[in-house]
Write a protein that binds this ligand. Structure first.
Ligand code: DHB
Ligand code: FE
Length: 285
């Protein structure tokens, strides 16, 4: 039986990818940001997953306004890094896990979550930047990845509550997979940021840190935050944080287990480009 061993939460920012790809990580602006991920890269070495289920958002790269899936699961064998306007990032191609992805799709759709099945797509910074932050710059990514794309770009977006419940359905699906795989689930995007309009540049440290506290200790309360609060408090792009609730909803303490997860790592840093970067590693007990 497959098992979700841990959840990882991290922001994504295109400039973080550019900093890595252009060899600028030791510049004074970037050094404190990457320092926050030293522990994480070491932890990934010591707790190597067999598969990462990576919840992220596409930024009108693979999808567009032509069609807008709320939830889309990647069932392909491989995914190429997308060209977002300055050429694809020089990172390895992403290998998928079609068997586990198909199993999760079957289970979760039968559990009443309508997923779009994606057999071919390129993956943008929403997926590749978290991989770089957690795994560094290897020649190949250390394990297969199942991309799970959530619409947080074009309204209406899914509620935090629905994301949380979807995480529970994903946990159930993983637990019923008949192979002893160590699966990590990652929730990515956020924290506070707004890229457009009169409030562009908005950062809300207090709200972000309260969100981290809630996500760790009172995930039910975090799942109850209405979408308008994300936008008002964390900016228009702060809504990306609903994706973290999918990962949190897949942890054992909210799926019948009594033990709370262990907080292995917590990090918060402002700024990275226009974004407040938050990061957590929670281990299942
Ligand atoms: C930035 C952050 C994002 O989440 C994104 O998708 C694009 C840009 C930024 O801070 O520059
Ligand atoms: Fe984004």
């Amino acid at each position: 039986m497959a098992r979700i061993t841990a959840s990882v939460y991290t922001s994504h920012v295109p400039a973080i990818g550019a900093s890595l790809d252009l060899g600028k990580t030791q510049e004074p602006y970037w050094q404190p940001l990457f320092k926050g991920y030293d522990f994480s890269k070491q932890w990934e070495q010591e707790n190597k997953p067999d598969v990462v289920f990576l919840v992220y958002n596409d930024h009108a790269t693979a999808f567009s306004l032509d069609f807008i899936p709320t939830f889309a699961i990647g069932t392909a064998a491989e995914y190429m890094p997308a060209d977002e306007g300055w050429g694809p990032r020089p990172v390895p191609m992403v290998k998928g896990h079609p068997e586990l992805a198909a199993h999760i799709a079957q289970s979760v759709i039968q559990d009443d979550f309508d997923l779009t099945i994606v057999n071919k797509m390129d993956v943008d910074h929403g997926l590749t930047v978290p991989l770089s932050l957690m795994f560094g710059q290897p020649d190949e990514w250390p394990c297969p990845v199942i991309p799970f794309a959530v619409n947080v770009v074009q309204y209406p977006v899914p509620s935090g509550r629905r994301c949380f419940n979807l995480g529970k359905a994903i946990a159930k699906a993983v637990a019923s997979y008949d192979e002893p795989l160590n699966v990590q689930i990652w929730g990515t995007g956020g924290m506070s940021h707004q890229l457009q309009g009169p409030r562009a540049g908005l950062i809300n440290r207090e709200w972000d840190n309260a969100f981290l506290d809630k996500l760790i200790s009172d995930p039910e309360a975090a799942a109850s935050i209405p979408h308008i609060d994300y936008v008002r408090e964390a900016g228009s792009e702060g809504i990306e944080l609903v994706m973290w609730l999918i990962a949190r909803g897949a942890m054992s303490d909210v799926n019948g287990g009594s033990a709370k997860p262990t907080v292995k790592h917590r990090f918060y840093h402002v700024p990275a480009s226009n974004t407040a970067v938050g990061h957590l590693i929670l281990e299942n007990n």
